[in-house]
Design a protein around this ligand. Structure first.
Ligand code: NDP
Length: 464
C-alpha cells in the first residue's frame, strides 16, 4: 500500500473505534499499539476495512508508513503515558509532523505540552461519545494552533457526528482550550447524571415505584423537552433485566459511583477561576460520598431510615423540576467557560460549543440547539437570563422548589438539584446576605467593607 494519510497509537477501546471510523471514512491509517498482539488482532478483525489499515510492530515502521507531513493521533491514557509516547515519537518525526493527543488530558497538561513543543506541531483534542461515538461519530473539541487544526480538520469533520449535516467538530482555541471544553462537558455530564439519579431516588424511595415503571417514565420524558441521550439510556438501564436472575438490573447494581477524575478537574478548575458551578461540584461530591458504603450503612444503623415515602407527586412536577435543574446546570457550565475564556485569553466560542455538543457526545440533548441560539443572541450573559431560558425557568423553578423541599422533608438527598435551586435563588436575589460575611470579616480581621449609604468609612464600630 502507498503511504497512509494518518496514524494512530493506542488501540484500546477508544483508539480501535476511532481508527476504524477513520478508515471507514476513506482515510488509510497506520496503527501501532504498545502490545503488538493487540495490533495484529485489531487488523485481523477489521473485516472490509483491513485494506485501509496498516498494522505496524515498531514505532519506526509506524512512522515510515505515514505520508509526510505526518499527522499522528495518540489515544492512550491521560498523564505520563502521553508524555512517554511523545518522547518516544518525536525523535522519529520531522519538524512539520503533527502529534494530536485525543485522550482525556488535563487541559493544563495540554497547554504545557503545546509550550514544550515550541514550533513543533501539536494539538490537544477532546473526543466525546464513548466507544460508540468514536466508532460512528464523536463530538470533537480541538485546541492548539489554528493552522494545525486546519491541517486535519477535513478528517476530523468527516469522522465526527453530524447535527443535520453540520459536523460536530470545532476548533475551540489555542493551547488546552479543546481539553478544557471537554472537561466542562464532563462536569455537566456528571451533574446531569446526578440529577437523573436524584429523581430516580424520588420515584423509587419516595413513591415506591419499581425500576421498570421508572424506566417507562424516563422513556416518556425522552419524547419531551428533556429529550437527551442521558435520559434515553436511563430509561433503558431502568427497564433492563439481568439475564441470569431475571431481576431488574438496576436493583442489583451496587450504589457506589466510579469516576476517572474529569469531573473533579472541572470542580477544581472552577475554584481557581472563582466560577460558581455548584451543581457540578455537588455531583462530584455525591460520587465521592457514594463510595463510602460502610459509613453510610453505619449511619443508617445509627440514625434509622429516613421517612422517605411521599404520598403524592405528579410525574409532571418531577419532569418540570428536571427541566429547571438541567437549565441551571448548563448555565453554570457555560458561565465557567466564559470565565476561562477571559482568564486565559482564549475567546471560546460559546454558541459553537453548544452546537458541537448537539450530537455525538454524552450530553447531547434537544435543548442544546436552543442554548446555542440563546448564547449567540445574548453574548456575555448568563444562559439563565437569556429570554427563552428565563421564560422556562419562570415556568419550572416552582416545581424544582417543590421537589427539593420534598427531598428535605423526606430525607432523600438531592445535592445537585438543591444546589441548582440555591444557584437560582442566589442569582435572582439583588440583596443577599454577604453583608454579614463582610461585617464578620471586618470584625475579626479589619478587612474593611463597602458602604451602600454613601457615608464615608470602610470599617464598623467594633474596629479597635
Ligand atoms: P484503554 O484502557 O481501553 O486503552 C488504552 C490504550 O493505551 C491501550 O491501547 C494501551 O496499550 C495503551 N497504553 C496504555 N498505557 C500506555 C503507555 N504507557 N504507553 C503507550 N501506550 C499505552 O483506554 P481507552 O481507549 O478507554 O482511553 C484512551 C483515552 O481516551 C484516555 O485518555 C481516556 O480517558 C480517553 N477517553 C475514553 C473514553 C471512553 O469512553 N473509554 C471516552 C473519551 C475519552 P496496551 O494494549 O499495550 O495496554
Amino acid at each position: 500500500m502507498s503511504k497512509t494519510t494518518i496514524g494512530l497509537i493506542g488501540l484500546g477501546t477508544m483508539g480501535a473505534a476511532l481508527a476504524s471510523n477513520i478508515a471507514e471514512k476513506g482515510y488509510p491509517i497506520a496503527v501501532w499499539n504498545r502490545t503488538g498482539s493487540v495490533t495484529t488482532a485489531f487488523h485481523a478483525e477489521s473485516g472490509a476495512l483491513a485494506d485501509s489499515i496498516v498494522p505496524t510492530q515498531s514505532l519506526q515502521e509506524f512512522v515510515d508508513a505515514i505520508e509526510t507531513p505526518r499527522a499522528i493521533i495518540l489515544m492512550v491514557p491521560a498523564g505520563d503515558p502521553v508524555d512517554q509516547q511523545i518522547a518516544a515519537l518525536r525523535p522519529l518525526l520531522g519538524p512539520d509532523d503533527l502529534i494530536i493527543d485525543a485522550g482525556n488530558a488535563n487541559f493544563r497538561d495540554t497547554s504545557r505540552r503545546a509550550a514544550e513543543a515550541g514550533d513543533l506541531p501539536f494539538l490537544g483534542i477532546g473526543v466525546s461519545g464513548g466507544e460508540e461515538g468514536a466508532r460512528f461519530g464523536p463530538s470533537i473539541m480541538g485546541g492548539g494552533k489554528r493552522e494545525y487544526w486546519d491541517r486535519v480538520s477535513h478528517i476530523l469533520n468527516a469522522i465526527s457526528a453530524k447535527y443535520q449535516d453540520t459536523p460536530c467538530a470545532t476548533w475551540m482555541g489555542e493551547e488546552g482550550a479543546g481539553h478544557f471544553v471537554k472537561a466542562v462537558h464532563n462536569g455537566i455530564e456528571y451533574a446531569d447524571m446526578q440529577m437523573i439519579a436524584e429523581v430516580y431516588a424520588v420515584m423509587r424511595d419516595g413513591l415506591g415505584q419499581d425500576a421498570a415503571t421508572i424506566g417507562k417514565t424516563f422513556e416518556g420524558w425522552n419524547e419531551g423537552p428533556l429529550q437527551s441521550y442521558l435520559i434515553e439510556i436511563s430509561g433503558k438501564v431502568a427497564q433492563a433485566t439481568d439475564p441470569d436472575t431475571g431481576a431488574p438490573m438496576l436493583d442489583i447494581i451496587e450504589d457506589a459511583a466510579g469516576q476517572k477524575g474529569t469531573g473533579r478537574w472541572t470542580a477544581i478548575e472552577a475554584q481557581h477561576l472563582a466560577a460558581p458551578i455548584p451543581a457540578i461540584e455537588a455531583a462530584v461530591m455525591a460520587r465521592n460520598l457514594s463510595s463510602r458504603l460502610a459509613e453510610r450503612a453505619a449511619g443508617e444503623a445509627l440514625f434509622g431510615t429516613a421517612p422517605t415515602a411521599i404520598s403524592d407527586l405528579p410525574m409532571e412536577t418531577l419532569e418540570s423540576a428536571m427541566i429547571a435543574g438541567k437549565i441551571l446546570c448548563y448555565a453554570q457550565g457555560f458561565a465557567m467557560i466564559e470565565a476561562a475564556s477571559e482568564q486565559f485569553g482564549w475567546s471560546l466560542p460559546l454558541p459553537d460549543i453548544a452546537k458541537v455538543w448537539r450530537e455525538g457526545c454524552i450530553i447531547r440533548s434537544a435543548m442544546l440547539n436552543d442554548m446555542a441560539q440563546a448564547l449567540a443572541e445574548n453574548p456575555g450573559r448568563n444562559l439563565m437570563v437569556a429570554p427563552a431560558f428565563a421564560d422556562l425557568l419562570k415556568a419550572h423553578h416552582g416545581a424544582l422548589r417543590q421537589v427539593v423541599a420534598l427531598g428535605a422533608t423526606h430525607g432523600i438527598a438531592m445535592p445537585a438539584l438543591a444546589s441548582g435551586l440555591a444557584y437560582f435563588d442566589t442569582m435572582r436575589t439583588a440583596r443577599g446576605s454577604a453583608n454579614m460575611i463582610q461585617g464578620q470579616r471586618d470584625f475579626f480581621g479589619a478587612h474593611g467593607f463597602k458602604r451602600i449609604d454613601g457615608h464615608p468609612g470602610t470599617h464598623g464600630p467594633w474596629a479597635m
